[in-house]
Design a protein around this ligand. Sequence first.
Ligand code: ADP
Ligand code: MG
Length: 391
Amino acid sequence: MFNKQTVRDVDVRGKKVLVRVDFNVPLKDGQVADDTRIRAALPTITYLLDNGAAVILISHLGRPKGEHKPELSLRPVATHLEKLLGRPVTFAEDCIGPAAETAAAALEPGQVLLLENTRFHPEEKKNDPQMARQLAALADLYVNDAFGSAHRAHASTEGVAHYLPAVAGFLMEKEIRYLGQAIANPEKPFTAILGGAKIGDKIGVIRNLLDKADQILIGGGMANTFFKAQGYPVGDSLVEDDALETARSLLADAGSKLRLPVDVVIADAFDNAANSRIMAVGPIPEGWRILDIGPETVANYAKVIAAAKTVVWNGPMGVFEMPNFAKGTFGIAEAVAASDAVSIVGGGDSVAAVKQSGLAEKITHISTGGGASLEMLEGKVLPGLAALRDA
Ligand code: ADP
Ligand code: MG
């Protein structure tokens, strides 16, 4: 399934290695607020250092829109990385040009340099070949370990791979192995759990998984659009009227594969303190909205999950940010954690929910890339991966 060369397949000793990492981490008061993505890149970084490479790290952070925005500087990440690695990390004020060139030229084997935010240059998102060449000129080898950015063809994720020998890092390899395997060759039964806010974001995923999964368990706001497509009034629930036709055609194509909630939790306001009650699926009273799946649905879905050998989960089952409407999501998290299936969770909010449930340790693989994991589930080719050397 994973058919790309990795850092293991090339000689890195004495080389300057440009490593695209995903250090797009949340910052708070000038400090790293969640270092999951930094930690996820450590195996590749330490492997390269232990094998005698000089490591030049590049990443984007946030959305500076092609301008130098001090609050989106990667400098706090360099400080944090020093602590995690237990060795100094040099920081360069720019990712191309004299600052980067001087720092990269001075770098010795075993040393680490972090370059400033690639998105301070508008050329990054344009996948500008000139920027890609400038990045490539800093090093002898390119490693892409930024799974979370692999669905973007940018200068630092795709363009640069055309000007240097380019291989995958360990995080990239791990993400593609789990997600790729689940999609291409899952151990059956294969159950997909899909939720989240909108169908619109996930039509491609549902379509692709219709062919591959044995069951698709639907929850979250997207269920509402299916209910409306079936003819139920959904009150004040989040609903996508422009997706009703799509929902109808998905229902028709999927047959019994697609399971919808049988009960829901409704509330009289979009508020944790709202009045709420559980009801069997049917016409939702006016002024009320669906904010979670109900207990019977959780129990039914849990049975399906218990019998599965592969489980892929994207999208919370309800508005889990509000404790009164988190039971569905946490109930499903418990079922997934308890199953002995290979379990994979992808999607920014889904991962946050699983972490909040305290059950993350019991999941086989938690993806570090929201958008990238969705595109994989849609069956799309990731440009950042495609550009790497074939095995
Ligand atoms: P992910 O980031 O995992 O891909 P999404 O971004 O698609 O997930 O959806 C997550 C959001 O969906 C959460 O903020 C959650 O509150 C919201 N959501 C889930 N169920 C509902 C619902 N019934 N009504 C409104 N919003 C919902
Ligand atoms: Mg999201």
